[in-house]
Design a protein around this ligand. Structure first.
Ligand SMILES: *Cc1c(COP(=O)(O)O)cnc(C)c1O
Length: 496
């Protein structure tokens, strides 16, 4: 059944709460200047509490989530996050702190932040950490600004950044935002950085290369030591997009294979749910050469006391209010303390095992141009389904009928009809097998009855939307379109 908008359910004067009238009367006008007072009501929907709760609970059940469905969205690491870490981060002693409390009164949280930084250093082999950046892309930008400040200090004019063609879109975006020119580096037939192309483009104008390891094809850059040599010999830095750390923890450390600066995605690797636009955290780590440039404040320890160091003359300054998204960091701290060294290594090994299990079982149905063992995600291709008129998008839509969130599609850009699958370490063999069976069945359907796949999904509350129309002429403003216009557009794709 179509769920009406909450505004359509509104009945005048119906309420979900009953608070006493404000008894200030005329006093309000004396206390608040009249130009700040509302002339009209808020225009909020007026509904009873059960109607409100049911409306939003029903809506929430129409979405897929990690708590309800397998969610193998490549590159995004949609793993299940233990609820214990949420509970710990919500303890009043932590969640009710105020960022303006003096550091003498918040030694506990400073201890947690400081320790988390030290653990991230140990995992990555970096020498310094800032927990401030609010997301992966923000960590990238912060790092590019540090690199820029480093070369400006030395009066070296370096305005180029090398980025492989398999990179995540945020890499070129962050480089441009920091004022650099982006130079694209080709991949070789194995899906790794083409060393000839790299050497050709590396010169004294290059500030750094932004590498993702494992790269977005799920492959470890086997030539990383050669890459590091080529870049370092001409004075450039190696930046690691560390969003894929889920594959490396406890096995190898970026700082040991040549990385100078990197970001972490706490909301991917370290126990914070994401995808709904909630707070994330993208700390950056640097080797000694760049630590002076880290944002202020850094959290430091003298004897048994923690303090916030704002007096760092080379720092690029603040990149986020206060100390970053502290509650995300608390969850990371709990996650790391619960798992320990051995546990973390197991996370990565299981993530890699799951991805290779899926790759092996599916590669004869959806062959990828890149062969061989992958890391924590595998990239398959639906190119061979084109002759039946079926595309990766259709397969993604059909998976919804099996109660499975689709993998990432059409990324990385260098694989035609890409299906980028990241199962993560938190899924059971039964779940992986159900996913494999679904994709095998879909492959058979494409042979026998391709329209079944092309017209999917068949069972979701909203069927296939006209995405081109939705992009070309989005109608989101209710006052312009009227509720019914907005509703009709959605209804076109709705069942029943
Ligand atoms: C997710 C991701 C990013 C960006 O992280 P955000 O937190 O979404 O800004 C960058 N690179 C890679 C490889 C990613 O998977």
């Amino acid at each position: 059944m179509m769920e009406a908008l909450i505004f359509e359910k509104s009945k005048r004067a119906r309420k979900a709460v009953s608070l006493p009238e404000v008894d200030l009367g005329k006093e309000i006008e004396k206390r608040i200047p009249s130009n700040y007072l509302r002339k009209t009501g808020l225009g909020l929907p007026e509904v009873s509490e059960p109607d409100l709760v049911r409306h939003f609970t029903r809506l929430s059940q129409r979405n897929m989530s990690v708590d309800t469905n397998f969610y193998p969205l490549g590159s995004c690491t949609m793993k299940y996050n233990p609820k214990i870490n949420e509970a710990l981060a919500n303890l009043p002693g932590l969640s009710e702190l105020h960022p303006y409390q003096p550091s003498s009164g918040v030694q506990g949280i400073l201890h947690i932040l400081h320790e988390t930084g030290r653990m991230l250093e140990e995992i990555s082999g970096m020498d310094g950490i800032s927990l401030q950046p609010a997301a992966g892309a923000h960590g990238e930008l912060t790092s590019m600004l540090m690199i820029k400040a480093y070369f400006e200090d030395r009066k070296e004019k370096r305005d180029k950044i090398l980025i492989p063609d398999s990179a995540h879109g945020t890499n070129p975006a962050s480089s441009s935002l920091a004022g650099f020119k982006v130079v694209k580096i080709d991949s070789n037939p194995e899906g790794e950085v083409d060393l000839k192309c790299l050497s050709r483009n590396m010169d004294e104008k290059v500030a750094c290369i932004m590498l993702t390891i494992p790269n977005t094809l799920g492959l470890f850059e086997k030539n990383i030591l050669d890459i590091a040599q080529i870049i370092h010999s001409k004075g450039g830095f190696i930046y690691l997009d560390g969003a894929n750390l889920n594959a490396l923890m406890g096995i190898t450390r970026p700082g040991d294979f040549g990385v100078d600066v990197m970001h972490f995605n706490l909301h991917k690797t370290f126990s914070t749910p994401h995808g709904g636009g909630g707070p994330g955290s993208g700390p950056v780590g640097t080797k000694e050469k760049l630590t002076a440039y880290l944002p202020v404040p850094t959290i430091e320890k003298k004897g048994d006391d923690y303090w916030l160091n704002y007096q760092r003359s080379k720092s690029i300054g603040k990149v986020r209010s206060f100390y970053g998204n502290v509650r995300v960091v608390i969850k990371t701290y709990c996650y790391l303390r619960i798992l320990g060294k051995e546990g973390l290594r197991q996370v990565s090994e299981d993530a890699i095992l799951s991805a290779n299990y899926i790759r092996k079982k599916l590669e004869s149905y959806y062959p990828s141009p890149y062969k061989g063992v992958c890391m924590h995600e595998c990239v398959l291709s639906a190119k061979n389904k084109r002759e039946k008129g079926v595309r990766a998008l259709d397969i993604a839509k059909r998976l919804l009928d099996f109660g499975i969130h689709p993998p990432t599609i059409y990324f990385p850009l260098i694989v035609e009809e890409a299906l980028m699958i990241e199962p993560t370490e938190t899924e059971s063999k039964e779940t992986l097998d159900a996913f494999i069976d679904a994709l095998v069945q879909i492959s058979r359907e494409i042979e026998k009855n391709p329209s079944l796949v092309k017209e999917a999904p068949h069972t979701t509350p909203i069927l296939r939307l006209d995405e081109v129309e939705a992009n070309r002429s989005p109608q989101v403003k209710m006052e312009e379109q009227g509720l019914t216009g907005f509703q009709t557009r959605i209804n076109k794709g709705a069942r029943g």
